[in-house]
Ligand binder design. Structure first.
Ligand code: GAL
Length: 633
């Protein structure tokens, strides 16, 4: 397959007279894709029931005539103002009970059935009109589900839908009371209509109630998305994508992924470093103009799994963004490096956000490939370089990995619901393990939690998975490679109770978690073999073989055959040692890399990425700052 570049474009923001020249410049730059449409509802349907498709027909025709392919977005993230008059109760409500207002975007409630109907109408009209348009070669549903904290809504619509969801799942109030343990604090319900949403309670709501609400809210996103995919497929054979985000776990992306053809995500490395990464200040300083060396790769691997192999970057940061606490200018070369890193992880397409910087409204400080005056911005030339390099290169082939890491959205909800230690975050834990694998030079595949076949992998890691699925446990029982499970893995039932017998209940492993403790970050638990646990440790009892102990005499790592259970959260160096030993036991040679240098193998090439602001010498090659180096395997 040929890898391609693209750009996000808003024809409705610019005079029509400018479109032809814009399209010609995109084509000359070497772009293939233009994503359009995703916020243009007020121009598609200016008054209820009256569509104006003329401008969009012409925009698609102009882009198509220039030889570009269109990825057409449905506009459902931005319902127009008149929609609120028609459905005053379609606005979401926050956990404090405040209605979220009109005047930006994503002002809708996933559970509002009237709004879903409106979405079905506009998507149906678009799909009918453009489903067979030769230039519309892909679709995008909505825009960034969950952005701006919009999955959880405490509205009447959400409450009513949640009651229905509970009735379906539990069948009787008695069964629900049993499942949630409502006898505790007299929380029993006599009927489903008694059930409220778990906000504004006096103290912590029942975690089983919260978890049920989180599962429900996630299901609402999945069914909202499916309304659109079902309609589009009736009219179009083009693949359908959604653009996901970085470090967002509020709904099960594997759930939406099952109804889509392509996963895509919006990669803003400098915004994420500043805004969404829990790392020490020195790390953020060091990578301030490059981004974290592992954050993008993690999401590339995650979304390759969500897309069952097919994934894109739908939005790639081109210069400073506008929304992080600080908005640095990327080091020259990064707009090229980020694109190549995505391709090395298997991306089919990388689209820069956006074509031209907007001189008006919320994002006027957000760079584009062009400045507001249409002169090229820094990333313009770098995109051109990538386009020429892609054209000169054979396909980089299919990714492969020996190592797998499980990622489970429900575990993120579980440990947000009852973290038990202030800094216990599932994303942080999994990303900690991922970074270790990358420091050791490994290629990683991310697996959904219901994976039932592990035979392709020499090593599998599953930290912090709240409930291991039946297929995964069966696969583990038959597994011949090294498995590193824990901490905290399999320590809850699906209804958020403590399992009996006590966790971890792993095949053949004679051990129980007898006690746990969380600790402030300045109170480490030293290990006898060197290194330490931080944040979290478990005290294990049982007959399993002890591999490592803490200096206060408890097992830190135990094993039965090749299944290892880890009883704490190791710091970087300790995790490197433990993972290296497990890897070596199955014939994987760790190859520790210098800080900020990362690599990725495809089926055909080995790629090197230098995230440092200084050159790095490695394997006889000097890789410049923000440099990319590759050779055939
Ligand atoms: C994304 C969003 C885009 C734009 C961009 C700015 O989250 O999908 O529409 O707002 O951020 O960085």
């Amino acid at each position: 397959m040929k890898r391609t570049l693209g750009v996000c474009y808003y024809p409705e923001h610019w005079p029509e007279a400018q479109w032809t020249e814009d399209a010609a410049r995109m084509k000359a730059l070497g772009l293939t894709w233009v994503r359009i449409g995703e916020f243009a509802w007020s121009r598609m349907e200016p008054v209820p029931g009256t569509y104006d498709w003329g401008w969009l027909d012409r925009a698609i025709a102009v882009l198509g005539a220039a030889g570009l392919q269109v990825a057409l977005g449905t506009p459902t993230a931005t319902p127009p103002r008149w929609m609120i008059d028609r459905h005053p109760d379609m606005l979401a409500v926050d956990a404090q009970g405040r209605v979220r207002g009109f005047g930006s975007r994503r002002h809708y409630d996933f559970s509002h059935r009237g709004y879903r109907g409106e979405c079905a109408k506009i998507v149906g009209a678009m799909a009918e009109r453009y489903g067979r348009n030769p230039h519309v070669a892909a679709w995008q549903t909505d825009n960034e589900y969950a952005c701006h904290d919009t999955v959880l809504s405490y509205s009447d619509a959400a409450r009513d839908a949640f009651r229905d969801w509970c009735a379906q799942r539990y069948q009787s109030p008695e069964a629900l009371n049993r499942a949630w343990g409502n006898v505790f604090w007299s929380m029993d319900y006599a009927g489903f209509d008694d059930i409220g949403l778990p906000n504004l309670t006096v103290t912590e709501a029942n975690p089983a109630h919260v978890m049920a609400f989180r599962r429900f809210a996630s299901d609402e996103v999945v069914s909202f998305n499916k309304v659109q995919t079902d309609i589009i497929r009736r009219h179009s054979a083009a693949p359908i994508a959604h653009n996901y985000m970085g470090n967002i776990t509020d709904f099960d992306h594997f759930g939406t992924g099952a109804d889509l053809d392509i996963a895509s995500w919006d990669s803003y490395p400098l915004g994420f470093l500043s805004d969404r990464l829990e790392m020490p200040a020195e790390h953020k300083q060091r990578f301030v103009r490059q981004g974290d060396p592992d954050f993008q790769a993690f999401h590339h691997d995650l979304y390759r799994a969500v897309g069952r192999g097919r994934w894109w970057i739908m939005e790639q940061q081109p210069g400073p963004v506008n929304w992080a606490p600080w908005n640095a200018d990327p080091l020259p070369g990064m707009a090229r490096l980020w694109a190549w890193e995505a391709f090395a992880h298997g991306a089919e397409a990388v689209c820069y956000f956006r074509w031209r910087q907007a001189p008006f409204a919320q994002e006027q400080m957000h760079a584009g490939l062009l400045r507001p005056d249409s002169a090229p911005a820094q990333a313009f030339d770098e995109a051109g370089v990538v386009a020429r390099e892609l054209a000169a290169m054979p396909d980089v082939g299919t990714a492969r990995a020996d190592v797998a890491l499980v990622f489970d959205y429900a575990s993120a909800w579980a440990w947000q619901t009852q973290p038990q230690g202030r800094d216990f975050s599932y994303f942080r834990l999994v990303f900690h393990f991922y970074r270790c694998l990358r420091r050791l030079g490994m290629n990683v595949d991310i697996l959904p939690p219901d994976t039932g076949d592990l035979t392709a992998y020499k090593m599998v890691l599953a930290p912090g998975v709240a409930t291991l699925s039946a297929p995964f446990l069966a696969a583990l029982a038959a597994y011949k490679g090294a498995a590193l499970i824990g901490p905290r893995t399999n320590s809850k039932t699906p209804e958020f109770a403590t399992p009996l017998p006590l966790p971890p209940n792993l095949p053949g492993l004679d051990v129980v978690v007898a006690r746990v403790e969380s600790l402030p970050p300045d109170v480490p638990v030293p290990l006898a073999q060197g290194g330490q646990f931080l944040h979290w440790r478990e005290k294990l009892e049982g007959g399993a073989a002890v591999v490592e102990t803490t200096t206060d005499g408890w097992p830190a790592l135990v094993r039965a055959g090749d299944i290892h259970y880890l009883a704490g959260w190791p710091d970087d160096a300790t995790l490197d040692r433990i993972v290296s030993e497990a890897a070596q036991s199955v014939g994987i040679d760790p190859d520790p890399l210098p800080e900020g240098l990362r690599r990725r193998d495809t089926g055909t090439h080995r790629f090197w990425f230098n995230y440092n602001a200084v050159p790095v010498e490695w394997g006889g090659v000097t890789i410049p700052p923000a440099g990319v180096h590759w050779h055939e395997l």
